[in-house]
Design a binder for this molecule. Sequence first.
Ligand code: PGA
Ligand code: ZN
Length: 426
Amino acid sequence: MRSTEIIGILGRQVLDSRGNPTVEAEVTLACGVTCTGISPSGASTGRFEAHELRDDDMQIYNGKGVTRACRNISTAIAKELTGMDAADTASVDQAMITLDGTDNKSVLGANAMLAVSIACARAAAIAQDLALYRFLGGVQAAVMPLPMMNILNGGAHAANKLDIQEFMIVPTGADCFSDALRMCAEVYHALASLLKKKGLACGVGDEGGFAPEITEESHAIELILEAITRAGYSAGADFSLALDAAASEWKVRDGYIMPKSQRTYTAHQLTEHWRSLIAQYPIRSIEDPLGEEDWPAWQALTASLGGSCQLVGDDLFVTNEARLQKGIDMHCANAVLIKPNQIGTLTETIRAVRLAQRSGYAAILSHRSGETEDTTIADLAVALNAGQIKTGAPCRSERTAKYNRLLRIEAALGSGARFDSQAMNG
Ligand code: PGA
Ligand code: ZN
């Protein structure tokens, strides 16, 4: 077998899909394999995410430079990891966690650490002639994820007047992943022609969904339902809907104020709002319906809606095992969004997924609104048999890169590929 000993690591500043700098790590192994990994970046970030280290020099890239994080890779991290085995993901990640020494990875930067963690795993997989999903998941990796596709954008991801951040379609009538992808793309195009016909702009938001100038969430939902019908499908049977409210962005001291419409709610009123939307429309999943520190309200919401709807903690759990364990103990949510850069290493990402799976929570691999050509989350979804993925519209190469990677994995798995169109919890 070729040697997977690490002989060199460097950090490089590259651009994400918003044109902001992000961190790339390049790892070289003794066998000659060189491989890269890139960290993504969020806009509606949770308060409890691991630290994204930026330069804060307002003269350069509006303060968003990541040269310090890149330098950490080329100096301290390179020194620590040189000579280690890149195939030993747990030890590589633990060495960085120990070197950083903080709870939130603020010394080295979670963006630096994740890029290295990915680059090491990718390089080791190549050296061992394994696909990344096989390297990370072993012989059991077989489940193709059900896509939750964000086709209409609002909130912090679009300059329109919608407060809900993501309106997603979920092809619950699909037979396999490629079928699911085709169905979603057909609805996406039907939505484009519908918007055009109604004189609404077809520009897209950060995740590739359309960002029409509409104000009412019910209007957005009705447009999507009509697009589903126009594409020849039946809403409720072939497709369910999913929302990401990203309600942490709405939290004020005593309740919630939607920043665009200025509507105000108490936690209880917001819960009732979701209940009536679920009753009215085929909505099967809501992410961050409440704020990231509103644990008692999450508890009440889960008790009343958790039996009929997937309730996803994103900002609530931030891919952090301790926060997820707290939620499990308190019966808050029934699913967790998994974003590797929220926690900063592959090892901790995998541990969060395993904890969810042991506890009857669904796990959904997810991109960030600021993405790149790095497709690791596609491989992770299959490696961990997570069953669901959220990676934007079938538009913009940083989003389609993940879908296209999944098409290749599906082909490689052949008759061994499994797919569950009912993977949503609740
Ligand atoms: P973000 O959005 O990457 O801007 O945090 C994605 C999400 O909230 O799920
Ligand atoms: Zn979210």
